[in-house]
Write a protein that binds this ligand. Structure first.
Ligand code: SF4
Ligand code: SF4
Length: 181
């Protein structure tokens, strides 16, 4: 039988007294600093005050429009296929335009399943979907209220947008579809 010798631990270490004292010292130093210099506090008084979001923020989705106001999306399903959460549901319809052929009759995104990974944006060959609506907090009473439909995704009124991370990112331009404005 092997006897393992245990290391002797001092009572100071056993009761974490030094660590507790260090934690209290840090807490009180912050308390006093904030009390005497409130203008230097890092606190943001949300929602009255909002911090500027960085350009890499992934916010709520929106669907981009063509010049005529229709959706830029051609219902190619690449975003829905690449979505790891399977939360994009598109119902395609035919368009009487040989350059477009299809567009979404329905385009729904279930925000309760979305993990905001941005893969749908990356997968889209037409820059038809972006995640630049600076909303990161959502609230609702029903599951349905978290489903963004096509009309909501295309409603750009009263919205501000997070500036594109890289406006020079090459976007495939096909048949009158316009790149980033
Ligand atoms: S952000 Fe990710 S999870 Fe959300 S819809 Fe796009 S691909 Fe799906
Ligand atoms: S990848 Fe782009 S064009 Fe294709 S369905 Fe999605 S949003 Fe529409």
């Amino acid at each position: 039988m092997i006897t393992v010798k245990r290391e002797k631990i001092s009572w100071l270490r056993k009761f974490y007294l030094l660590q507790i004292a260090g934690g209290l010292r840090l807490t009180f130093s912050h308390l006093l600093k904030n009390f005497f210099k409130p203008d230097r506090m890092n606190t943001v008084f949300y929602p009255e005050e909002k911090k500027d979001l960085p350009p890499t923020t992934r916010g709520r989705h929106r669907l981009m429009k063509r010049e005529g106001g229709g959706p830029r999306c051609t219902a190619c399903m690449l975003c829905a296929t690449n979505c790891p959460a399977e939360c994009i549901h598109i119902l395609a319809e035919e368009v009487d335009d040989i350059h477009i052929e299809k567009r979404p009759a329905q385009f729904n995104i279930d925000l309760l399943r979305c993990v905001f990974c941005g893969l749908c944006v990356e997968a889209c060959p037409l820059d038809a979907i972006r995640m630049d609506v600076p909303r990161t907090v959502f609230a609702g009473y029903t599951r349905e209220s978290f489903v963004l439909d096509k009309a909501t995704l295309m409603d750009h009124n009263n919205e501000e947008f997070v500036p594109a991370y890289n406006p020079e990112r090459p976007v495939q331009i096909t048949h009158g579809i316009h790149a980033r404005p």
